[in-house]
Design a protein around this ligand. Sequence first.
Ligand code: SF4
Length: 408
Amino acid sequence: MQTLPNAPQTASTLDSHPIETAIRRRKTRPVKVGNITIGGGYPVVVQSMINEDTMDVEGSVAAIRRLHEIGCEIVRVTVPSLSHAKTLGDIKQRLIDTYQDVPLVADVHHNGMKIALEVAKHVDKVRINPGLYVFEKPKADGGEYTQAEFDQIGDKIRATLEPLVVSLREQGKAMRIGVNHGSLAERMLFTYGDTPEGMVESALEFIKICESLDFRNIVISLKASRVPVMIAAYRLMVRRMDQLGMDYPLHLGVTEAGDGEYGRIKSTAGIGTLLADGIGDTIRVSLTEAPEKEIPVCYSILQALGLRKTMVEYVACPSCGRTLFNLEEVLHRVREATQHLTGLDIAVMGCIVNGPGEMADADYGYVGKQPGYISLYRGREEIKKVPESQGVEELIDLIKADGRWIDP
Ligand code: SF4
């Protein structure tokens, strides 16, 4: 079950203006995707995508379940053909029969009208890419589009999109208008170039068609593989939506982020920067690794920004010449013993010179006191000095005595 996040906190003031230490999220409309809500002040939703062939029902069901069990709240599947779209009906049913009803999104690409219409019967949200939804032949003369040509294509898009919008509206389902920097429509490229403006106008064109059909269960994404482009596109989208009185939630992601440490840092740089501005209602970290690897990254970004709390928050000093014990080893032991106590903040600090002051209001502190001894803290209060060899056990006893321990 999702719960509403805490109200923003204020920690200090400067010239009588309160300085907020919690992120104030941009107000967006709630969009329901199965039993999950994106936007509307609900916690930022974590999603990922399976890479099984959707024709493989058992393999897809198992992959969706694996992701859902580790916290992926919405799972995306790709639907390259009409048979794939029909098979999703079996996948959805099999999930309900053998596990539970997992919110599913179908990714529809090239010329996907028939596919989208079929898949809309079986999933909770359909993702379309405006750049690929209606095929536009590149202009033979390479010249500019006249207004008449522009409008003609606009009419074709409208005619193609309308049945899908009506179907989703009637079923109370959602749509993601998912623009990709790398696949902008030809005429958007001619008019705006390969720019954030082109991405934003491309999304707006589709949003306006949806609104004219009284459909507003829309989530928007503007992904790019270059982080500055992605950040600029989302910021511009927010500005344009504010001007137009739109409040659609945003799905954040950096495409083709790669793998390993750099893939994670790149995703965090893009997604984290926007989240820190209060922008973003659902995230996907795209790694060139098993999708299960993406979920912990999503949660770490959200936890680091104070947007969701899904694990113990450890505060630990980097250690220095004053450190009185092997900090890396002790942090490891403390983590092993306490990592199931979700919700707690625990600090491990090398010395009492700076440690207690820098524990950032942790619930408990383990601080080097003098050679061979550490001190345990509850908040800012020093509770007891114990031999270092008993430090971790004593910390557990203190948490138990406070009634905040649960067995792993
Ligand atoms: S808390 Fe103490 S040991 Fe840790 S880095 Fe700061 S001064 Fe060094």
